[in-house]
Design a protein around this ligand. Sequence first.
Ligand code: GLN
Length: 385
Amino acid sequence: MNPVYTAMGTTIFEAMSARARETGAINLGQGFADGRGPEPVLQAAANAILEKSNQYPPMPGLTELRQAVADHYARHQGLNLAAEEVIITSGATEALAAAILALVEPGDEVICFQPLYDAYVPLIERAGGVAKLVRLEPPHWRIDPAMLEAAVTSRTRHLILCNPLNPTATMSSAGELAAIADFCVAHNLTAICDEVWEHVTFDGARHLPLIGFPGMRERTVKIGSAGKIFALTGWKVGWMCAAPPIARVLAKAHQFLTFTTPPNLQWAVAEGLATQDAWVQEARHRFQAGRDRLKAGLEAAGLVTLPSAATYFMSIDLAASGIAMDDVSFCNRLIEEAGVVTIPVSAFYARDAVTNVVRFAFCKQDAVLDAAIGKIADWRRGLNG
Ligand code: GLN
């Protein structure tokens, strides 16, 4: 058996959701929203099952969806992608796997930033690559050019950037992105950009895609997710966008991972991208209100929160809150004693983990957030007593 897999545990998101299912605890762990998503998109999927083909769609995706993704990014991010530069995948996780398998050769070094999504390092290692981990520090988690220069070697070929960044809920500034772009150009690196949170941004902040920076158009794979745009995480429809010479190779990795993605969901996502901008905007406000509600509740319970500019997530700092526990112990006790599931941020580290930060999802109905806050506040009072 391959040691990459035998040595690893079940992903923290599944492990924590399984504990929520087993115990009945409120699940503020894995990031999935309450609510049904946009009705016209659900209806389009149902109609497509009954009225359109349920046979294999074209391997790189329905032309209509590839064009809808290109149009969406032209409208929202000023990008000039052609339909042929978009490859539809079964979720962003498949896109990450396909991009890493397609681009990373044995021995290649790939710069990644910790904390990082837990799939990156195993996928790089399975491809025979080496993850060069650059550590970001709370509370700002900023990337500075000196860190990049310290990580690069003659074997560095790629960089993976998650922006907005899960779990820190930060967004890279234009200055940071310009520095990353200059660095990629100077060292001839390709960038794999996990931008699944691009639409879940708050306080009027706008996402800037790295592929739009000078020199990046021909060396970037931009990954997006319909599950995040429409809060339909179970659909597993995502995509990779890249210039034709890269896109052609990405498609070959995709063809032997999943080959295609269910056609009814592709039709529905195309419909959603063309018609649901207002829903996406409204959802952004709803999630921002959830963030504010959770922040107020956790702070009233005596917990110190970290800023959240984007994503479904906000974190607390245990040490700053006067809680002398590591994140894993805190999360375990919160499940067992308070009945609330959260995510220990140490799970986002391949090594040298930060152990005093815990992530909460706020993409939930008010009543669910209030119930969780009430349980946490009671438990916290008990800790002091
Ligand atoms: N992105 C989700 C999160 O951070 C998890 C996705 C998954 O479980 N595959 O909660």
